[in-house]
Design a protein around this ligand. Structure first.
Ligand code: SAM
Length: 236
């Protein structure tokens, strides 16, 4: 939850934009937090330094051990939290730490005594993809989370695994979300007719005017005629 707070406060973006170690006082000023919370900010950052999310530098401007000030900087893991088109994974982190996914943990022990299929179903009386179909905000949050996760690997896939696409004329990404992965494939291999198949409320949130066709339906009821399928994650 400390990391979630840091992402909500956009600390990774601020440290990234600063371009050099940032002092606690500069960071507090930039965040515009309540003056009484400066020490709480220092404690929050300490926790995240301890877990390797941020690094700390101590500057002694006078060289006499007095007037030392801590400065913070990104590490390789927190660099992945900078909101960036290709590698930013903040949307994924925020979705995974959203109350809709944390609430089921509160009744995990009880769930073991029941015949209910998943802890999410037990807590919300509906599976995750049903819940996203009922709330536009939740739908968008999860679609962005899935897309940023896919973007992280999509460049590697089309550059390092090109042979997997040789000879393909068409491809359907079943459960392909809003096309985070398939858009990269379509741009890299424009001769492949790419389609994303996902639930209607998900494809409704997909970008328009791209090289990818979007088709909405339930994968357990509709079986498109295709020669290559991409699956990610467990079917619900
Ligand atoms: C782990 S996510 C995969 C996300 C995707 N690979 C991307 O890049 O965004 C699983 C996807 O399966 C979809 N899904 C779940 N149940 C489905 C069903 N019955 N029919 C079609 N799609 C379904 C969800 O809507 C979700 O987008």
């Amino acid at each position: 939850m400390s990391l979630k707070s840091a992402v909500e406060l956009r600390i990774p973006d601020i440290l990234h934009a600063h371009g050099q170690p940032m002092s606690l006082s500069d960071l507090a000023a930039k965040l515009d937090i309540h003056p009484e919370k400066a020490d709480s900010l220092r404690r929050l950052l300490r926790v995240l330094v301890f877990s390797g999310c941020f690094a700390i530098e101590t500057n002694n401007n006078n060289g006499d051990g007095k007037g030392e000030e801590e400065s913070y900087l990104l590490t390789p893991s927190s660099r992945l939290l900078v909101r960036d088109k290709d590698t930013g994974t903040s949307p994924y982190l925020l979705a995974m730490l959203d109350s809709v996914l944390l609430t089921p943990w509160q009744s995990l022990g009880v769930w073991f005594h029941t015949d209910v299929r998943t802890p999410i179903l037990k807590a919300h009386e509906m599976e995750l993809w049903g819940l996203t179909g009922k709330s536009e905000g939740l739908n968008r949050m999860f679609n962005e989370a899935m897309a940023c996760d896919s973007r992280l690997v999509s460049k590697w896939l089309v550059q390092k695994q090109r042979q997997a696409f040789v000879g393909l004329k068409s491809l359907v990404d079943v459960g392909g979300g809003t096309g985070g992965l398939t858009l990269t494939i379509a741009e890299a291999f424009p001769w492949i007719k790419c389609t994303v198949f996902d639930l209607p409320h998900v494809v409704a949130d997909a970008p328009e005017g791209t090289l990818v066709n979007f088709d909405g339906g339930n994968m357990f009821r509709v079986h498109p005629t295709i020669r290559c399928r991409h699956f990610q994650g467990e079917p619900t």
